[in-house]
Design a protein around this ligand. Structure first.
Ligand code: SF4
Length: 288
């Protein structure tokens, strides 16, 4: 059906792949690094982001309008997707409102085969430009190096090696990115703005959350109305899906994310957490 391209390889290849995309847009929204002397650049970026967030929220902009704004204004704009249970919603909207946006997928080497098949299916269905990012350290080398299964003994380090570092490397080539995170998913996401900033790799980037205010019901309704294909594991009781060692099906009376890191006190893998430990980095009041 399509010619969706899958760039697969080690993390260091990805910045070049993403950087090849368009780089116009609002120069004030270019990522700002700590080490580059750009007087006033960070203030301008934060001011512009706050202005955009307030305006889009005041207009009651829908997710598609947020994505259209971001793809027009953020110079090198990308998206990330875990190709999990609800991922089809953001990807469907991207394909309509920001179709040239590269979609970064972190392949930790520990995903279910069904997730990889779902990624390929959605990439074809929506004609997505999926850039698959892999950690430098293979799963086998990681086990040898740490003489244990880190996902059980130290999930924080495992997520840092297999998710956060590769994502940070990929984001080194972009000025901003969108993801499908929502305020109602975890307590730490409750203050998520539509448009904010996040620090990755010492750079402040624009972080766009078009679905920030969506609820489970709204997501389910969008999926139904647009007949979006389900993740193959959903029918088996998986409602939030990450790496197989840290994911289990949930009972109907449990929250969807109860099946993630069920053995550990953990509800974030770190990729949506700022380098100073905050989920968002924006002094602006959140306007829902
Ligand atoms: S989700 Fe689990 S297996 Fe995947 S990177 Fe994090 S700790 Fe490791």
């Amino acid at each position: 059906m399509s010619t969706a391209r899958h760039a697969t390889g080690p993390a260091l290849r990805v910045p070049t792949a993403v950087a090849a995309r368009r780089a116009d847009g609002d120069p004030a929204l270019r990522a700002v690094g700590r080490t580059v002397h750009q007087p006033g650049a960070l203030d301008r970026l934060q001011h512009r982001v706050r202005e955009a967030n307030d305006r889009l929220a005041a207009q009651g902009a829908d997710a598609g309008e947020v994505l259209s704004w971001a793809s027009a204004e953020v110079p090198r704009f990308a998206a990330t997707s875990s190709f999990g249970v609800d991922s089809a919603v953001l990807l469907h909207l991207l394909s309509i409102h920001a179709p040239a946006t590269p979609v970064i997928f972190l392949d930790t080497g520990l995903h279910f085969d069904e997730t990889l098949a779902y990624r390929d299916h959605l990439a074809d269905l929506f004609d997505l430009d999926v850039v698959t990012v892999t950690p430098s350290l293979t799963v086998a080398d990681q086990r040898r190096l740490f003489a244990s299964r880190l996902s059980s003994t130290d999930p924080g380090t495992c997520c840092m090696l297999r998710k956060d570092l590769p994502l940070t490397a990929a984001l080194a080539a972009v000025d901003g990115w969108a993801s499908g995170v929502r305020r109602d998913q975890t307590a730490t996401r409750a203050a998520l703005p539509l448009v904010g900033t996040a620090v990755k790799g010492g750079r402040t980037l624009v972080k766009v959350s078009p679905l920030a205010g969506w609820t489970d019901d709204r997501v389910a309704d969008h999926r139904r109305r647009h007949d979006l294909p389900p993740h193959p594991l959903e029918a088996r009781g998986y409602r939030s899906i990450g790496c197989w060692p840290c994911t289990r099906p949930t009972a109907p009376d449990e929250g969807a994310r109860a099946g993630r890191w069920a053995e550990a006190e953990r509800d974030e893998c770190g990729i949506h957490v700022d380098e100073d430990g905050r989920i968002v980095r924006d002094a602006a009041a959140v306007v829902r």
